[in-house]
Design a protein around this ligand. Structure first.
Ligand SMILES: Cc1cc2nc3c(=O)[nH]c(=O)nc-3n(C[C@H](O)[C@H](O)[C@H](O)COP(=O)(O)O)c2cc1C
Length: 345
């Protein structure tokens, strides 16, 4: 069975060969640090960052690019169309000390596509080539690209795009196994991902619907890709990287008890507080709580309460109440604690 333990992208070692996918609105510094703390992620990628914002000195955009040393190795993803602006943005990324720069060639959002960037570049290979060659000349850190398998079912061109990326000096390609038209519907097509891997000699990382450690291992072994990138699966289960690594080593994967989920929600809040203004905290915490409690018994009732809460302390009253009540049910507390458990909301 082919299970790559690490991969090398240009001069950067990624070990294990598991990558946190870029996710706008999710993979900010707090979330990335949480994932790093929980272990076994080889590379993390930022949310996509606008080259227009970066090159025009927009403060909010520059703030999105900030990262801490413990997040390394880190790749900063940029999106845009104009090759000289893209190259200027890549230089800003390099100067920030990031380990690599990733070019978004997969975003399906109308606003991005209308500007010629994201997945639109899959239909405009001359422009994609210009962007890659210009960026390649401008920076010395590894340059990678994240693509989809094509624009629609009739124009699946990931192998052609992959070859172009390699010819232009790209150091890695990550592929989400859906077309732009598919959005997030249907299933990721890992056969196309495997075909790209067969065709290229630079590292190929596959992405799409890896929601369990077993799926990660199956994808690695079936397709021979050099690494697996995980997005939504890491939001609902941020331990998925550790569990996958353990499974690769033949060790029984860690199953977080409820108390660990509870701890992680508090930890995420602490990390958010370092990053966000007070008024943005509650929305982010509610969002995370929503993802986290899927599949938990009584989770939907908890989510309703949390979403209605007006203040952070109300949010935590509900969260703490839920976890202490359920901890009591799973693991009976000593008698002197039981009455407080029963009266929790
Ligand atoms: C909320 C969300 C935001 C995303 N933002 C980005 C992004 O900024 N850049 C990007 O290349 N892909 C983005 N993606 C796509 C993911 O990186 C990934 O390719 C996709 O979700 C499929 O992987 P998964 O099934 O493991 O989630 C986003 C996906 C989600 C769900």
């Amino acid at each position: 069975m082919h299970l790559p333990e690490k991969l090398r992208v240009g001069t950067v070692d990624i070990e294990p060969s598991l990558v946190l996918a870029p996710m706008a609105g999710v993979t900010d510094s707090s979330f990335r640090r949480l994932i790093k703390e929980l272990g076994s992620v080889g590379l993390i990628v930022t949310e996509f960052i606008s080259v227009e914002g970066l090159t025009r000195g927009n403060l909010r955009t520059h703030r999105m690019m900030r990262f801490l040393p413990e997040e390394r190795p880190i790749s900063i993803q940029i999106f845009g169309y104009d090759e000289s602006r893209m190259a200027d943005a890549a230089v800003i990324v390099e100067e920030s000390g990031a380990d690599m720069v990733d070019i978004n060639c997969g975003c399906p959002a109308k606003k991005v596509v209308k500007g010629g960037g994201g997945s639109s570049l899959l239909r405009d290979l001359p422009q994609l080539e210009k962007i890659l060659r210009t960026i390649r000349r401008a920076v010395s850190i590894p340059v990678t690209m994240k693509i989809r398998i094509g624009w629609d079912d009739a124009t699946i061109n990931a192998v052609e795009v992959g070859r172009l990326i390699e010819d232009c000096g790209g150091d890695m390609v990550a592929i989400h196994g859906r077309t732009r038209v598919q959005g997030y519907s249907g299933e990721a097509n890992w056969e196309v991902i495997a075909a790209v891997k067969q065709a290229l000699s630079i590292p190929v990382v596959g992405c799409g619907d890896v929601t369990t450690p077993l799926k990660a291992i199956e994808r690695l072994s079936e397709t021979s890709v050099d690494g697996v990138m995980i997005g939504r699966g890491a939001i609902s289960n941020p331990w998925i990287f550790r569990q996958t690594s353990e499974l690769m080593e033949g060790v029984k994967p860690y199953e977080p008890p409820l108390s660990e989920k509870h701890r992680v929600l508090h930890r995420y809040y602490d990390l958010l507080r370092d990053e966000l203004p007070e008024k943005a905290l509650s929305g982010k915490l509610k969002q995370m709580c929503g993802y986290f409690t899927h599949g938990l018994e009584g989770g939907s009732r908890l989510r309703e309460r949390v979403f209605r809460a007006q203040t952070i302390s109300e949010v935590f009253d509900h969260i703490d109440g839920y976890f202490s009540l359920n901890a009591c049910m799973v693991d009976p507390a000593p008698e002197n604690l039981q009455s407080s458990c029963i009266t929790s909301p």
